[in-house]
Design a binder for this molecule. Structure first.
Ligand code: PEP
Length: 255
């Protein structure tokens, strides 16, 4: 993978979306492949698992990729209600978000659990989108960089490569709040992440890993945030639910 990896804009629908939402997938797939609107980035939607196969079918023939939002670390077994990476691949996912702060907080997921889930994604031949980020309290206490270091050390497997891993830096306090760090703050954290990845993976590999920014990205702030050095795309929550808003964000990257 090159020093300037192709950016990725991924939408995380979280626990939102019924069959009626598939029309958003159709709209996104139609726009990103149109001659005039084709963005210069990869585009992915991570719908709830209930919609994955139907979304895959709707997106067939387009460059829109589909991802999942979580997985169990095991391949199969007695885990009622859970889904394995293999099942998600079978349903149409090409990537899995792991370690989202909502899972770390609401399901008590440690970095060790997140690492095992990333390894499960690799086992199934999928990309792991590994989320990290500090809380408001941690930022106030000036602990942002040490938290991010700890999460990277604990969550990124030794087998990580630019092809199988994407890092998403998502300050917890920016998710769904309308608040964003300044571009200068984002630059500091993303440069730090790149430095830490260099320690963990070696320089050549670390340069190729895409580091996404996530947290209240909207069409009107995307250009400013995506222009920051070491920002290789976005993980988008709320604004990915409506095709038009999401396309507005992908359009930040001109083809
Ligand atoms: C997210 O939860 O991954 C996220 C970035 O949410 P939002 O864009 O709504 O802040």
């Amino acid at each position: 993978m090159s020093k300037n990896p192709k950016p990725l804009v991924a939408g995380n629908w979280k626990m939102n979306g019924l069959k009626s939402s598939l029309k958003q997938i159709v709209k996104i797939a139609g726009k990103i492949d149109s001659k005039k609107k084709k963005p210069g980035c990869e585009v992915m939607i991570c719908p709830p698992a209930t919609l994955l196969t139907a979304a895959r079918d709707k997106a067939q023939g387009s460059s829109l990729k589909l991802g999942a939002q979580d997985c169990h670390a095991d391949e199969a077994g007695a885990h009622t209600g859970d889904l394995s990476a293999e099942m998600l691949a079978n349903a149409g996912a090409t990537a899995i978000i792991v370690g989202h702060s909502e899972r770390r907080a609401n399901h008590g997921e440690s970095s060790a659990v997140v690492k095992a889930k990333a390894q499960a994604a690799y086992r199934a031949g999928l990309v792991a989108i590994i989320c990290i980020g500090e809380t408001a309290e941690q930022r106030k206490a000036n602990r942002t960089l040490s938290i991010v270091t700890m999460q990277l050390k604990g969550s990124v497997p030794a087998e990580a490569t630019p092809a199988n891993t994407v890092i998403a830096y998502e300050p917890v306090w920016a998710i769904g709040t309308g608040l964003t760090p300044t571009p200068e703050d984002v630059a500091v954290v993303h440069a730090h992440i790149r430095k830490r990845l260099t320690v963990q993976m070696g320089e050549k590999e670390a340069q190729g890993v895409r580091i996404l920014y996530g947290g209240s990205v909207k069409p009107d702030n995307a250009a400013e945030l995506m222009a920051v050095e070491n920002v290789n795309g976005a993980l988008v929550g709320g604004a990915s639910l409506k095709a038009q808003e999401f396309i507005g964000i992908t359009a930040t990257y001109k083809s």
